[in-house]
Ligand binder design. Structure first.
Ligand SMILES: NC(=O)c1ccc[n+]([C@@H]2O[C@H](COP(=O)([O-])OP(=O)(O)OC[C@H]3O[C@@H](n4cnc5c(N)ncnc54)[C@H](O)[C@@H]3O)[C@@H](O)[C@H]2O)c1
Length: 260
């Protein structure tokens, strides 16, 4: 039970990827059990093995497409069985979609980004809530983006989804507060963080990662892009009881970008 989240049980979606991996490692290190889900089953299994090598019995892995309601129901059941309950839901899975101006956008791209980035969060909150409510102290952490608070040309679908996540988070927070359930819900808004989601920007820079990252860092007052742990530390705080009076809030992890 030791650690900042000792005794807690977390489900993290999109956990095979950059930010999800970092969150999973940090929460396990701080005493939580973690269920890792992703469409990339081999990826989450490998991560669970690595975590269990250091923290035996802490991690579980399941295949999960977050756009599929039946899979949500089944994955939550499996997570509750595996961990003995569920107290933290981290809606992290997300995609960037096509980097195109709105006239070139397609309904197919728009709907795909909505499904993965927003519909998933509605499904996750809906099906996890009964378990979070009975956990005694539940926390939902939705991964939005600075792109949910400020727009950029060529990112219409992504901007729209991340803004929806920001507002939906507040609805859930208020419902849970009004219900007296002791479940909190907050959103995190990272700027560019070094993960594979930045690959399209690297491609635009002719495949040169260093050049791409330097270009992305130009608009950031701290003059660098972020590391996955910069976000994971915020997740750790929101997952822990240290944030017990914090709900319906947004956390910018952006090197000062939106302070300008
Ligand atoms: N890295 C950044 O610069 C950045 C900035 C702001 C917000 N974010 C957000 O952070 C979250 C994590 O992104 P990341 O940077 O780790 O990206 P990533 O591409 O490294 O990881 C995303 C993970 O989501 C999984 N995934 C994709 N579609 C899925 C689906 N339908 N069902 C289940 N899993 C699915 C992928 O397999 C992958 O493992 C996303 O919501 C993203 O929008 C990232």
């Amino acid at each position: 039970m030791s650690g900042r989240v000792g005794g807690k049980a977390a489900l993290i979606t999109g956990a095979a990827g950059g930010l999800g991996q970092a969150m999973a490692r940090m929460l396990a290190r701080e005493g939580a059990k973690v269920t890792l889900t992703d469409v990339d089953l081999a990826g989450v299994r490998a991560l669970a093995r690595a975590i269990n090598a250091d923290h035996p019995g802490a991690a579980f892995a399941f295949s999960h497409d977050v756009t599929d309601e039946a899979e949500w129901v089944s994955v939550i059941d499996q997570a509750v069985d595996a961990m003995g309950g569920l107290s933290i839901l981290i809606n992290n899975a997300g995609i960037g979609g096509d980097l195109v101006w709105s006239e070139q956008d397609t309904l197919r791209n728009w709907r795909r980004v909505q499904a993965v980035n927003v519909e998933s969060i509605m499904l996750g909150c809906k099906h996890a809530m009964p378990h979070l409510r009975t956990s005694g102290a539940g926390s939902i952490i939705n991964i939005s983006s600075v792109a949910g608070l400020a727009a950029a040309p060529g990112m219409g679908a992504y901007n729209a989804t991340k803004a929806a996540v920001w507002m939906y988070t507040k609805t859930i927070a208020l419902e849970a507060a009004k219900g007296g359930w002791n479940v909190r819900c907050n959103s995190i808004h990272p700027v560019f963080i070094k993960t594979p989601i930045l690959d399209p920007f690297v491609a635009l820079a002719g495949g040169d990662e260093k050049v791409a990252h330097e270009k992305l860092a130009r608009g950031i007052p701290l003059k660098r892009i972020g590391e996955p742990d910069d976000v994971a530390y915020c997740v750790l705080y929101l997952a822990s009881d240290e944030s017990k009076f914090v709900t319906g809030a947004e956390f910018k992890i952006d090197g000062g970008m939106l302070a300008q």
